[in-house]
Design a protein around this ligand. Structure first.
Ligand SMILES: [Zn+2]
Length: 278
C-alpha cells in the first residue's frame, strides 16, 4: 500500500516561487504500477507544478509498449524502449527485434533503460553486459540517446562505455563520485539527478551536481521510486516533485532555481530532440 495524499503536503513558499517555472522530468515510470492507473491525475498535478514534459522509460518489452501508448495518448509524454539490467534474463530471445521496431516510433526519444545492476541478483552479470553492449550498439545505429542505469557496477559500466563508440546518453540517477563523472562528461555524456541528491549524507553525489557543467545536467524523479526531501519516504514518488530536486541543485550551485529550471529544460529539449508535431 502507498499513501495517497493531496495538495496539503506541499511547501507553500516553494510552491509560490516555482509555479511560473518550467521543468522536465526526464525519467519516470508512469508505465508501471502504482502510477499506471492514475495517468490523468498525475499529469494534472505535474502541470500545476510546471512540469509539462516527461519521458516515460521502458524496463522491458511490455512496459516499453505501454510507454509508447501513453506517449501517443498524451502530448506531454515521450517514451523510451529498452530492457532494464534486472530484466535481461526474462527477456524473449527476439527482444532486439521488438526494441528496434519501437525505436522507429516518432514518440520514442531514447534507448533504454539499460546498464548494469550488481545490487540485485536478478540477472547474471555476463548476460547484463551483453544486453548493455547491444543497447549501446542500437543507440549508435539509430542516433537516439541511451539511458544508462548503474547500481553497484561503477567499474564495469565505466569500462563498457569508455570502450564503446557511442557518446550520446545520460547516466540516470547519478550514483557515483567525480572520479567516475569526469571521464564520462568528457566523452560527451549527460548526468541526471533524482531525489537522492536531496538526501542528507549524499555528499559524493552532491559534489558532482555542484562541479559538473550545468549544460550537461538534467533532472528526473525515477518515480514511483526515490521521493525527494522533504517528502522522502512517501510513496509513490511522482513527476510533480521535480522542483524539489531543482531547488537542491540551485542551493548546491548557489544559483537561482529559475536558472536551474531554464538550463535543465533547455538541455533536455536538445538532448531528447522532442518533436511535438508527431
Ligand atoms: Zn528507471
Amino acid at each position: 500500500m502507498y499513501t495517497n495524499f493531496s495538495s496539503g503536503d506541499s511547501n507553500p513558499r516553494l510552491d509560490s516561487i516555482l509555479t511560473t517555472m518550467k521543468f522536465i522530468d526526464t525519467h519516470c515510470h508512469l508505465n508501471i504500477k502504482p502510477l499506471l492507473e492514475r495517468t490523468n491525475e498525475i499529469l494534472d498535478a505535474a502541470a500545476e507544478q510546471g512540469i509539462h514534459q516527461m519521458v516515460v522509460v521502458g524496463i522491458d518489452i511490455p512496459s516499453s509498449e505501454i510507454a509508447i501508448r501513453l506517449a501517443e495518448d498524451h502530448p506531454q509524454l515521450f517514451a523510451s524502449a529498452g530492457i532494464h539490467p534486472n530484466d535481461c534474463s526474462k527477456a524473449p530471445d527476439d527482444w532486439e527485434k521488438h526494441i528496434v521496431e519501437m525505436l522507429a516510433h516518432p514518440r520514442v526519444v531514447a534507448v533504454g533503460e539499460t546498464g548494469l545492476d550488481y545490487y540485485w541478483d536478478d540477472s547474471p552479470a555476463e548476460l547484463q553486459k551483453v544486453f548493455f553492449r547491444d543497447h549501446l550498439d542500437l543507440a549508435l545505429a539509430c542516433g537516439k540517446p541511451i539511458i544508462i542505469h548503474n547500481r553497484s557496477a561503477d567499474q564495469d559500466v565505466l569500462q563498457q562505455v569508455m570502450e564503446h563508440g557511442n557518446n550520446k546518453g545520460v547516466f540516470h540517477c547519478w550514483p557515483a563520485g567525480w572520479d567516475m563523472a569526469k571521464p564520462l562528461i568528457e566523452k560527451g555524456y549527460h548526468l541526471s539527478f533524482t531525489g537522492t541528491v536531496t538526501f542528507k549524507k549524499n555528499e559524493i553525489v552532491q559534489d558532482v551536481a555542484t562541479r559538473m557543467p550545468l549544460d550537461r545536467l538534467m533532472l528526473e524523479t525515477d518515480s514511483p521510486f526515490l521521493t525527494p526531501a522533504p517528502h522522502r519516504g512517501i510513496r509513490p514518488n511522482e513527476p510533480r516533485y521535480i522542483p524539489h530536486i531543482g531547488e537542491k541543485i540551485a542551493l548546491l550551485r548557489d544559483i537561482s532555481v529559475d536558472e536551474v529550471a531554464k538550463a535543465t529544460t533547455r538541455t533536455a529539449e536538445i538532448f531528447f530532440n522532442f518533436d511535438h508535431t508527431k
